[in-house]
Ligand binder design. Structure first.
Ligand SMILES: [Zn+2]
Length: 462
């Protein structure tokens, strides 16, 4: 640590014009990660721009230069994008491989909205700015720097490590679907696009979350129709009123509280650092899902409501055609975030029962969303993640989590392959700008991040 610190100070003083010390990682691994991160940000891998192959080519070049066999690095085009697969050959080539997954694409960003060009990386005041600096090029760069370092050191994993970098995670996930199908013999997936460390406002690590499940996304359409007519001659039935009444029922309906092995671990792991009034409820709910006082209290808080139960909420209404006409057609969208293990079809049936009005047509909007189970926590993965995280933050609480958003992991989980979000980015909540304006990554997360990935891989595949 001391040697590393000296090196960074020397570097800063030798080249005072390039950057201040906080903008330069202290270790060679961190420096290489920063270089790869900047190169990746500078390629605008937004859907529709056809730039993912360009980034994949740059990554391929680095992997081959770093000692990967050229035939072990393969780009598979899918439309204007594609995915990259690189095999790091292990000692036992027959054993099921481990997939290390991140995505190369990023969400759109408009120059006029940003303070800086989102597709020109800038390092300033201890941050790397640019679209994708966090989501997901940060862990992409740290993983690249880690495997290149391991390769140069002559390290050989116990079995094959397969780098699987997707190219449309933020939009269609067609590359994910194709890649997961190809890699469905994988033993486990380590995803750099989920989980990660949270820093307090003092910059000290507060908690590390390991993502092991996702809620299922579901949109449902409610429709009511009527012949209509002149508004001066109303009849008994009015589709706006009917859909309105249905939406009131949906909005006030509470699905049954649920506790799964994953969310039980989440509540128990979160309780010790939670405020006293909620900590008791977390422990009580984890011990007894039927404790309604506990589930009511947790549901009353927006940060926990999504983890207690399936939620459904009206999000859009469209209806009527003139101020002086009886409406002929009304439709509404109800958006649900469904607890893993429950299907969208089951959720539809519950909505139908709650609404209890046959005049309203109810249907699932098919958007390709997956219904993936949560991944059972694996002792070997938990032990390796714990070792790697505790090296950078001794004793830090490691809490398994279920996320409300979707990642590539669901595509593996539907094949029964456990997938864990184990990102090495540590952030303050106020630095979390993924998908947003002026996305940025603290440079300081790169040195320990590369070390975290290295220890994770060396421990799990020694
Ligand atoms: Zn992402």
């Amino acid at each position: 640590m001391r040697i590393a610190l000296l090196a960074s100070v020397t570097l800063a003083f030798s080249f005072p014009t390039i950057a201040s010390a906080q903008d330069v990682p202290a270790t060679p691994g961190g420096q290489e990660a920063l270089e790869i991160l900047r190169e990746a940000i500078d390629v605008p891998t937004v859907a529709g721009r056809g730039k993912v192959p360009e980034l994949a080519a740059k990554l391929t070049q680095r992997l081959v230069a770093g000692g990967f066999n050229a035939e072990d690095v393969r780009f598979v085009p899918v439309g204007e994008t594609g995915y990259l697969i690189a095999t790091y050959a292990g000692r036992d080539r027959q054993a099921k491989p481990v997939v290390i997954n991140v995505h190369m694409d990023v969400v759109e960003a408009r120059r006029e909205d940003w303070q800086r060009d989102p597709f020109v990386s800038v390092v300033e005041n201890g941050y790397v700015f640019g679209r994708g600096s966090l989501d997901n090029k940060a862990d992409l760069a740290m993983i690249m720097a880690t495997v290149l370092k391991l390769k140069r050191a002559g390290w050989v994993p116990s079995r094959d490590l397969v780098l699987g970098f997707t190219g449309d995670e933020e939009t269609l996930m067609a590359t994910t679907a194709t890649m997961a199908k190809e890699l469905q013999n994988a033993d486990v997936v380590l995803n750099g696009d989920g989980g990660g460390g949270e820093l307090g406002s003092d910059g000290k690590p507060f908690v590390y979350s390991l993502q092991a499940g996702e809620k299922t996304y579901g949109d449902f359409r409610l429709t009511a129709t009527d012949p209509g007519g002149h508004s001066s001659r109303p009849g008994k039935y009015n589709p706006i009123a009917a859909v309105g009444a249905a939406l009131v029922k949906v909005n006030s309906h509470r699905f049954p509280p649920q506790v799964s092995p994953l969310t039980k671990a989440y509540w128990e792991g979160t309780a010790p650092s939670a405020p006293a009034e909620v900590a008791g409820a977390m422990r009580a709910f984890a011990a007894n899902p039927a404790d309604t006082a506990a589930s009511d209290l947790l549901s009353s808080r927006t940060e926990y409501v999504g983890i207690v139960r399936t939620t459904c909420v009206p999000t859009m209404v469209d209806g009527g055609h003139a101020p002086n006409a009886l409406p002929q057609s009304v439709s509404a969208n109800v958006n649900c975030r469904i607890f893993p293990g429950t299907s969208r079809a089951q959720t539809l049936e519950e909505l139908r029962r709650v609404i209890g009005d046959d005049s309203i047509k109810l249907e699932i909007i098919e958007d390709g969303s997956l219904e993936a189970p949560e991944s059972p926590l694996r002792p070997d993965v938990m032990a390796a993640v714990t070792k790697a995280v505790h090296e950078r933050a001794p004793g830090l609480a490691i809490v398994p989590s279920m996320s409300a958003g979707a990642t590539d992991s669901a595509h593996f989980r539907v094949y029964g392959i456990p997938a864990f979000g184990v990102a090495a980015s540590f952030l303050k909540p106020e630095d979390e700008f993924a998908h947003g304006l002026d996305e940025r990554l603290p440079v300081a997360t790169l040195d320990p991040g590369v070390k975290q990935w290295e220890t994770l891989l060396r421990t799990l595949f020694k």
